[in-house]
Design a protein around this ligand. Structure first.
Ligand SMILES: Cc1cc2nc3c(=O)[nH]c(=O)nc-3n(C[C@H](O)[C@H](O)[C@H](O)COP(=O)(O)O)c2cc1C
Ligand SMILES: CC(C)(COP(=O)(O)O)[C@@H](O)C(=O)NCCC(=O)NCCS
Ligand SMILES: [Mg+2]
Length: 427
C-alpha cells in the first residue's frame, strides 16, 4: 500500500516544545521503526502517526518485549502496514525471508526505545530476533533513541556498547535526557521526545545519513534580544528563534558540534546542543565573540534589537515618570564585529529580515558588513518570518552566487543552506 501525500497542518505550538518540522520533499521516504521493550514505547505511536502524516512510509517491527507495552494492532493501524513481529519472522508461507525484504525496503531504520538488551545485540552483531536481523540485512542509516533507568544507562558496559556503536558511521544516536523516569528516579535515561526524534528522522531522510559536518563546530545565534528600560519594559521584537533552532538541529543531525546562543527561546533545547541563553545584545555579543575562535561556521540568525534605551532604571518606573520621548543609543553590531575578527577559513552567514524588496538591502548588508553570505528573509510574506514554522528566502554569497529557497519548513530551509555551504568548507 502506498502512502498518499497528506497536506500537513502544523501542530499547534504549546510554547514549550518546538512544533514538528516537516520536510516537504524528502529524497528518501521509507522508514522502519523498530520498537524495543521499554515503557517509553508508548511515545512511539505519536512518532509513527506523525511520520505517516508527513508523507513518510512507515513499517513497524516490534520485539517480543515491546508487545508487552504496546500492541501490534495500534502500530499496524497507525502505519497502514502490518506490524511485524518475531512470530511473522518464523512463518513458512513467505517466498523470501521477512528480514531480507524489510532490510532492502528501508531508507532509514529508527529504533526507539532502544533497550539495554537491543543495544548490546547491535553492538555485538547478534541476530536472534526480527529487528536485529533486519538491521544486519540492511545498509541504510540507523537512528537510535535509547531509554532506560539511570543505573542501567550509566553502567560501564551499556556506555561502552553505546559509544562503540556510534563509531560506525551508519549509526546516529539521540542520547538520553535527564528527568523523571517511570521508576520515579530523576536522572539520565529519558528517551528523547517525539518532536526531536521526528526532526532527526526528517533530517536523515534529507541527507541520507551523511555526516558531512562531522568534526565541524557550528555557532548559531537565534531569537530576539531584549533591551530593558526598567525591570518590566523592554525594546524587543517578535523573533522566536525557530529558524536558529532549525539550523542548530540540521547541523547537529549532519554531525556538527553545535553551540546555540539564544535570546529567550520559549522552546526546549534539543539533546546534543550546547545552549547559552542571553537577554541583551551585549550579552549575545560577548558569548558570540568568546565562542568564535573554535567555530568553522557562524550563522547569525538572531534578530538583535538595533537600539536600547540610553538609561536603565533598576526600579520600575511609575507611569507618570515615563519620558515622552525615549532617548536611545545603539547596541553592539555583533555580525559586523564577528566579520572583522574572524579568520579567513571561518564562514560567517548573516540573516536579513526584510519587507518589500528583500534582495537589494540584503546585498548591501552582505558587502557593508563583509559577510561570506546572507539569507534574505521576507518577513512580510504569509508563512514566513517571525514565529512561523515555515520560511522562504533568497541566499546570496559574496562570490555572487544566488539561489532561492521556496516556501518550506524551517528545518528544510536549514538543510538547503548547509547543502550549499558544507561542500565549500575546508578541512
Ligand atoms: C516494566 C518494565 C519496564 C522496562 N523498561 C525498560 C527500559 O526502559 N529500558 C530497558 O532497556 N529495558 C527495560 N525493561 C527491560 C526490557 O524489557 C528487557 O530487557 C527485555 O529483554 C528487552 O527486550 P528487547 O530489547 O528485545 O525489546 C523493562 C522491563 C519491564 C518489565
Ligand atoms: C517513561 C517515560 C517515557 C515517561 O515520560 P513522560 O514523563 O514524558 O510521560 C520517560 O520517563 C523515559 O523515557 N524514561 C526512560 C525509561 C524508563 O523510565 N524505564 C523504566 C525505568 S525502570
Ligand atoms: Mg539588525
Amino acid at each position: 500500500m502506498t502512502n498518499p501525500k497528506f497536506k500537513i497542518t502544523p501542530l499547534a505550538s504549546t510554547g514549550e516544545t518546538p512544533t514538528t518540522q516537516w520536510l516537504q520533499n524528502p529524497k528518501l521516504r521509507r522508514v522502519i521503526v523498530g520498537v524495543g521493550g521499554g515503557i517509553a514505547a508508548y511515545k512511539i505511536c505519536e512518532v509513527v502517526s506523525a511520520l505517516f502524516k508527513s508523507g513518510v512510509e512507515v513499517k513497524v517491527i516490534l520485539t517480543n518485549s515491546a508487545q508487552k507495552f504496546i500492541t501490534p494492532l495500534t502500530l499496524a493501524t497507525l502505519s497502514r502496514h502490518p506490524a511485524y513481529t518475531d512470530e511473522m519472522f518464523w512463518q513458512s508461507d513467505r517466498s523470501r525471508p521477512l528480514h531480507i525484504d524489510l532490510g532492502e525496503w528501508a531508507d532509514l531504520i529508527l529504533i526507539a526505545p532502544v533497550t539495554a538488551n537491543t543495544l548490546a545485540k547491535l553492538a555485538y552483531g547478534l541476530a536472534d530476533n526480527l529487528l536485529a536481523n533486519t538491521v544486519l540485512a540492511s545498509r541504510c542509516p540507523v537512528l537510535l533513541a535509547p531509554a532506560m533507568n539511570t543505573d542501567m544507562w550509566e553502567q560501564a558496559v551499556v556506555q561502552r556498547n553505546w559509544h562503540q556503536l556510534l563509531t560506525d558511521p551508519r549509526y546516529h544516536g539521540i542520547g538520553t535526557a535527564s528527568g523523571l523516569l517511570a521508576c520515579d528516579r530523576v536522572g539520565a535515561g529519558r528517551m528523547a521526545e517525539p518532536w526531536e526524534i521526528i526532526a532527526y528522522v526528517q533530517s536523515l531522510l534529507h541527507t541520507a545519513g551523511q555526516k558531512d559536518l562531522a568534526g565541524k563546530q557550528v555557532l548559531i545565534s537565534a531569537g530576539g534580544t531584549r533591551e530593558y528600560l526598567d525591570p518590566v519594559r523592554f525594546i524587543g521584537n517578535p523573533s522566536t528563534g525557530k529558524m536558529g533552532l532549525a539550523l542548530a538541529q540540521a547541523a547537529l543531525h549532519r554531525g556538527a558540534n553545535v553551540t546555540l546562543v539564544h535570546g529567550l527561546a520559549t522552546w526546549e533545547i534539543p539533546l546534543g546542543i550546547t545552549a547559552i541563553p542571553v537577554v541583551s545584545a551585549s550579552e549575545m555579543r560577548s558569548h558570540m565573540v568568546r565562542c568564535l575562535s573554535n567555530a568553522d561556521v557562524i550563522i547569525m540568525s538572531a534578530a538583535v534589537a538595533d537600539v536600547k534605551p540610553r538609561d536603565y532604571s533598576p526600579e520600575k518606573l511609575a507611569k507618570k515618570a515615563l519620558p515622552e520621548a525615549l532617548p536611545l543609543e545603539p547596541v553592539p553590531d555583533i555580525v559586523a564585529e564577528l566579520a572583522q575578527i574572524k579568520q579567513s577559513h571561518q564562514r560567517l552567514i548573516g540573516f536579513a529580515a526584510q519587507t518589500g524588496d528583500i534582495v537589494k538591502p540584503a546585498l548591501e548588508k552582505l558587502h557593508r558588513k563583509n559577510l561570506d553570505a546572507i539569507v534574505a528573509n521576507p518577513v512580510d510574506e504569509p508563512g514566513s518570518g517571525f514565529g512561523s514554522d515555515t520560511n522562504q528566502a533568497v541566499f546570496l554569497d559574496k562570490q555572487g552566487q544566488r539561489f532561492e529557497i521556496p516556501p518550506c519548513s524551517k528545518l528544510e530551509m536549514a538543510h538547503h543552506i548547509f547543502d550549499f555551504l558544507t561542500p565549500k568548507l575546508t578541512d
